[in-house]
Design a protein around this ligand. Structure first.
Ligand SMILES: [Zn+2]
Length: 217
């Protein structure tokens, strides 16, 4: 799943109005922000395997730290807990923890059974929506549209930047997602690991949008 995770970040602004959109994006994508670092460190592995499912050309055979159920619970508790220690906002901290966990649930829906409960030897889960390209497109864009709708209803632009920064992000995510769906597979695993770090850009982008939008009344 890709834009579906951003949909959760956008929608969660309603439940956690004091959390910045950038922080919500970091939560929704936390384990995918960590994943390239684990790849670079050699602690997790992926192989390029065109046709692995109809949607992804990647075989996620080794990623227990970032994508196991146990890992997801630990990341959720850590992120929510650290946010609470820093900001003392229990509601926002709880929502952020849930948003981190939502990543695993959405991946559970899309991945073939490659998400382990704990280690690589444990049961692996996945409902396999990625076996259907039309199904994937319908669910991802459906979630994305719902997330955008909720975010626009919850916030209002303070200035023109508050309008264009948001539109820019939504267009960029859509183009990137279509590129992922219909573009060629990545040429090398090293490139996935390096390019994956560009995901931090969306966190910064979210903070920028948030500074230029306020809660609507
Ligand atoms: Zn993921």
């Amino acid at each position: 799943m890709f834009i579906g995770h951003f949909a959760v970040a956008l929608a969660a602004k309603k439940a956690a109005p004091k959390a910045s959109l950038g922080t919500l994006i970091a939560a929704a994508q936390l384990v995918d922000l960590a994943w390239p670092l684990f790849l670079l460190a050699g602690l997790e592995n992926v192989r390029i395997d065109p046709g692995n499912t109809a949607v992804t050309p990647l075989d996620f055979y080794d990623y227990p730290f970032t994508h196991s159920l146990a890992g997801a619970l630990v990341w959720s508790a850590l992120f929510g807990g650290l946010y609470f220690l820093r900001r003392k906002l229990p509601r926002e901290a709880a929502v952020l923890g849930l948003v981190v966990f939502s990543h695993w649930l959405l991946d559970l829906l899309t991945h073939r059974p490659d998400l382990p409960l704990l280690t690589n030897d444990s049961v692996k889960m996945g409902l396999g929506l990625w076996n259907s390209l039309p199904g994937t497109i319908a669910v991802e864009f459906g979630l994305f549209a719902a997330g955008i709708y909720l975010y626009i209803k919850t916030t209002a632009p303070k200035n023109r930047t508050g309008v264009w920064s948001l539109i820019g992000l939504l267009v960029f995510l859509t183009v990137m997602h279509l590129g992922n769906l219909f573009g060629p597979p990545p040429p090398a695993v090293e490139m996935i690991a390096v390019a994956g770090n560009a995901m931090w850009l969306f966190v910064l982008w979210g903070w920028w949008i948030d500074r230029n939008r306020s809660r609507s009344h």
